[in-house]
Design a protein. Structure first.
Lengths: 255, 328
């Protein structure tokens, strides 16, 4: 049945459908994001920490264990990142059923979304943590910090700004994948776009979904940028500051 | 206060083995400022990191304030480290914390509660002259101010020892002096023992009571500066008062006289000229105030051979001066 925009209930139906779709999308994205952070953050920290010379290079006093853990985690993350989402989504169906009891609906969609986002975010965390100056770890160690204190008081807070930006990239791709999930499992804005926009030729539905998703991404992006700035506290070093050590090296012997 | 005994450390990366420390022993007495001087790559950095075991030695022992750190279990080592503050060349401040937050870091680690932490941080910031910057972020500070924060952070937990890893090497000469004066003040007022490493002789000259020279991972010379000055052939003394290479003056005897303590303010050269009727020429001189005492080295040319000048040289030596014949 084609949809007719001139019918009186068209616009209220559209509004209703968009509202439900947006709600489902936000639910899928929100919960999978939460799981992503809870699993991806420690995973990223472990990826850096179990490297040789890292904070957890010898867990349980064994360097071998550290190396093995590092290789295994690295393999899992690479695997998760290299399988195309459409395949992953279908391949995960038995697992999804095991976890939530069904593979249909927004709740079931959370499983593949989290599975694809965790390795992605873990890499982002890894990169952000690697950027933290090792001198800061030394400073904390010299003050008698435990490894946990180094992670919680130094590594995570100092890598917060790039991690927030990484998280915003992660959300954007979760939203992207959530639309794809919708076509298989049902639910969310992707489902609306396919069922109304594609199958029933309603350009208005299609445009409306695109606008809503665009607005969500823009808002999240803006929020992330703002938070990242708030936590950065890093003024770019001025040129004068940068060149002065060199100048000094030339002047000092005679001075 | 700090005793490093027969410490060795080698680094392996790929196929190459680098020996950073070779059988290094060091004694730092309570309340003194001890400077280890050496060029980059000499092993100073590894040495100071070995003192609080940021770098664990392959062999040897490190004892600080009675605790043999090299024998402690990880948890005990962390507790022992609280007695050892450390400041770094590149400050190593947390960019995401304010000045006060940085100073509180060590107190948080120890588990001091919020109110007390805040009070202690402000007290220490006042001591280092940064009480007005408590709310600023490190990015808003100059290099000298950042190092003051680094010092405040190291002092907040009431350590007995302060380790300084090239603390002034990233600073300009004027700021260097103000930071060194602060370290000296802390040493005097709080009775803190200070071990510092540096490649700048000026640092040793300005604040150190004792010094050691490190080269190729070995301690070449160490001792109290006052006694090093009057030690014949001391390389540290030569570095402290550089007179350059000895000139060759045929027919003359070139001598280096090192004064310290009482002899520094006596008219030595005038006496020499008067008593022996010698036409003394001064080729060079370096005078410094070290540890509150005037000390220095003067290079003189005396006419005639060393044998002919035996009596005046003997006379100088009998006055407590160190005389070295460096050319003829």
């Amino acid at each position: 049945m084609l949809l007719d925009p001139s019918l009186p209930q068209f616009w209220s139906d559209l509004f209703q459908v968009l509202l439900i779709g947006t709600g489902q999308t936000l639910y899928m994205v929100g919960v999978s994001l939460l799981i992503t952070v809870i699993v991806g953050l420690p995973l990223g920290i472990l990826l850096v920490g179990t490297e040789p010379g890292g904070l957890f290079e010898s867990p349980f006093g064994s360097r071998r264990a550290g190396r093995v853990i590092n290789r295994v985690l690295d393999f899992i993350v690479n695997l998760g990142r290299s399988v195309p989402f459409i395949i992953l989504m279908v391949a995960l169906i038995p697992f999804t059923r095991l976890v939530v009891g069904t593979f249909i609906g927004p709740t079931a969609a959370i499983v593949p979304l989290a599975v694809v986002a965790i390795p992605f975010f873990a890499r982002m965390v890894e990169i952000a943590i690697k950027e933290v100056d090792t001198g800061l770890i030394e400073a904390a160690e010299s003050l008698g910090a435990t490894r946990w204190q180094i992670v919680s008081k130094v590594l995570v807070p100092e890598a917060l700004a790039p991690m927030i930006l990484g998280l915003s990239t992660t959300v954007t791709s979760i939203i992207n994948f959530s639309a794809m999930v919708g076509t298989v499992a049902g639910g969310g804005l992707g489902d609306v776009a396919v069922r109304y926009g594609y199958q029933r030729y309603s350009t208005i539905h299609m445009v409306a979904v695109i606008v809503v998703i665009f607005v969500i991404v823009m808002l999240l992006q803006g929020l992330a940028t703002m938070l990242a700035k708030r936590f950065a506290h890093r003024s770019r070093p001025s040129r004068a500051e940068k060149t002065s050590p060199m100048l000094r090296a030339e002047v000092a012997p005679g001075a | 206060m700090i005793s490093v005994q027969h410490v060795s450390k080698t680094f392996r990366s790929g196929g190459t083995v680098t020996t950073a420390l070779q059988d290094v022993s060091l004694e730092v007495a309570e309340g003194e400022i001890f400077g280890v001087i050496g060029q980059s790559g000499a092993g100073k950095s590894t040495l100071i990191r070995a003192v609080n075991l940021l770098e664990r030695p392959d062999s040897g022992t490190v004892t600080v304030d009675g605790d043999e750190l090299t024998a402690l279990a990880p948890a005990e080592l962390r507790r022992a480290r609280r007695k050892i503050g450390m400041v770094f060349q590149h400050f190593n401040l947390l960019a995401g914390r304010t000045v006060r937050g940085n100073v509180e870091l060590g107190l948080e680690i120890i588990g001091v509660d919020g109110d007390q932490r805040r009070r202690r941080a402000l007290e220490i910031l006042d001591l280092v002259g940064l009480d007005d910057k408590a709310g600023a972020y490190p990015a808003e500070l100059s290099g000298g101010q950042k190092q003051r924060v680094g010092i405040a952070r190291a002092l907040a937990g009431n350590p007995k020892v302060l380790l300084s890893d090239e603390a002034t090497s990233a600073l300009d000469p004027e700021t260097t002096r103000s930071i060194l004066d602060l370290v000296k003040k802390i040493n005097t007022d709080l009775g803190l023992t200070v071990l510092l490493i540096t490649h700048e002789m000026d640092v040793v000259k300005r604040i150190c009571d004792s010094a050691a020279l490190i080269e190729g991972g070995r301690i070449v010379e160490q001792g109290r500066i006052v006694s090093l000055i009057s030690t014949a052939g001391s390389r540290l003394a030569h570095e402290l008062f550089p007179l350059g290479d000895a000139p060759s003056l045929p027919g003359d005897t070139v001598i280096d006289i090192t004064f310290s303590g009482g002899s520094a303010d006596r008219p030595v050269i005038a006496q020499l000229a008067r008593t022996y009727g010698l036409d003394v020429s001064i080729l060079g001189a370096a005078i410094e105030t070290i540890g509150g005492n005037q000390a220095g080295r003067t290079r003189l040319a005396l006419p005639g051979s060393p044998a002919g000048n035996a009596r005046p040289i003997e006379d100088l030596r009998s006055q407590g001066m160190l005389v070295e014949i460096v050319g003829e």
